[in-house]
Every structure is written in C-alpha cells, then in structure tokens.
Design a protein around this ligand. Structure first.
Ligand code: ZN
Length: 257
C-alpha cells in the first residue's frame, strides 16, 4: 500500500477565455499563446502522471490571464492587466466561477481524504526557459516548504532518484522558484498539517514541450516518485527507531522498469 493518497493538479493547464470576457482580450492573442497565458506542456505531464499513478487529476484550462488559480486572493498578481481594470462585480463573478470553483473542489477533496490517509499533492507547472535575457539552467525543479520536515525528506530523496533517471538534465530543489512563495500548495499548507498533507510543485522547463524529452522527463518523474515511496517508508521507520538495515531486509522495491 502506498504511504500516501496522491492527487495531481494543474492550475495553468490551458489558455481558454470564456466567451463573455473575450472582448477584453482582443489584440493579446500572442500573449495568450505564450507562457504568460498558460503553462506550455504542463497538462500533458499532469495527465500522464495521473494515468500512470492512477491518481485523481484536477485541472483548469482557463487562462491565468483571466484569473490566476495559483495565486492567493489577496495577491495583486491574481489578475492580469486585462482583468484588473474590470469592475468589482465582474471580478467577484470571475472568482466565483473560475477560481473558487476550482480551488474549493481540490480543498474539499483533500479534507475528505486526509481524514483517512496522508495526501501527497503534486501540482504540475512549466516555466519559461529564459528570464530577463538570462537562460535558466534548470530542467526540472521540485518546490516545497523547507520548514516542513516531511516535504524536505521527500523531495531530497525524490531529487536523488530523478537525477539517476535523468543524468543529462539539471534537477534542482526550490528552483526556479521557492516552494514557500505564494501558490496553491502554500495556501493548502495553512489548512492542513504536515502529518496530513504534503504539497509539492513540479516545475519543468518548457523548452522540452513538444519534444520527446518531455515524455522522458514525465516517465522519469513517475518512476522516481514510485521508488521514492520506499525511501519515504525508510524515514518513517527510522523515526520510529528501526534501523535502515532491518528495513532493507524486509522491503521489496516496486520497480516497473
Ligand atoms: Zn504554473
């Protein structure tokens, strides 16, 4: 049995604008198509992980330029320059229809499940390869809250396994962003203790979108995650004073290679 109930989410899965708001986005089609409108390739990764792990997937395909589901409601970045100028009533309507409807559904699900089993929430994103004229060297980032021991242990093990599977890629912890920055997982950490909830964001460089490497990275993420469950069981045992050797003897690594 897995030590977690896994859920996959994708907050920037598409660049759709509902028809009633389309007029506000006239002339910014290029922006909508770019990383500013959505996370290119992220939904593909999320869907594959969800299928391989048999894990529930929550996704939104509404563009972050309408409302950003990975920002808190108090964060000014929740709206783009196209929606920030709308009336308060219109903003309220957007929040209700496209923000709370998504986030509350995920939160309710975690609340229900976490009463029986610890939840591992994997939120899938991609990032732009170049920022302010500088090329980013990271290929895959695992983002977590360093103040949470459970997430720390889990991501350090996961990174090690991922590096073995992707020897020519750069895998980093809390790069290109910090996991404790404002985001959906950061919000959910305030709602659930680390005994009940681990919130980890995967960030993949979108230069790999539409290339065979994206598939390779996704497969590596899946296998390393499954393998990581075994390591995680180690640390759980070690916390109870059971030696690693004893655990080693009794475990079977669930390899599917
Ligand atoms: Zn994103």
């Amino acid at each position: 049995m897995r030590p977690f109930h896994i859920i996959i989410t994708c907050e920037h899965g598409g660049n759709l604008i509902p028809s009633q708001y389309a007029s506000h986005f006239t002339g910014c089609e290029d922006q909508l198509e770019s990383h500013r409108g959505w996370d290119i390739g992220a939904l593909q990764i999320a869907q594959k992980l969800s299928t391989e792990l048999n894990a529930k997937l929550f996704q939104t395909r509404i563009s972050r330029l309408l409302v950003d589901c990975n920002r808190s409601v108090f964060n000014p970045e929740i709206y783009s320059d196209r929606t920030n100028r709308l009336s308060n009533n219109e903003k309220e309507e957007i929040l209700k229809e496209y923000y709370y409807s998504y986030r509350n559904k995920v939160e309710r699900y975690i609340r229900k499940i976490s009463k029986q089993q610890r939840v591992l929430h994997v939120s899938v994103h991609t990032f732009v390869p170049e920022w302010n004229g500088v090329e980013r060297s990271v290929d895959v980032g695992l983002l977590f809250d360093e103040a949470r021991t459970t997430e720390n242990i889990f991501c350090n093990y996961w990174k090690n396994e991922l590096e073995k599977k992707l020897p020519d890629k750069s895998v980093k912890l809390n790069e290109p962003y910090k996991g404790a920055d404002d985001g959906f997982t950061t919000y959910l950490r305030k709602k659930f203790s680390e005994q009940n909830y681990l919130g980890i964001e995967i960030e993949v460089n979108h230069k790999w979108a539409n290339t065979p490497e994206l598939n390779e990275i996704t497969t590596a993420l899946y296998f390393s995650l499954v393998l990581n469950f075994t390591h995680y069981s180690y640390s759980t045992f070690e916390n109870k004073g059971v030696s690693r050797e004893r655990v080693e003897k009794r475990k079977e690594i669930p390899r599917r290679e």
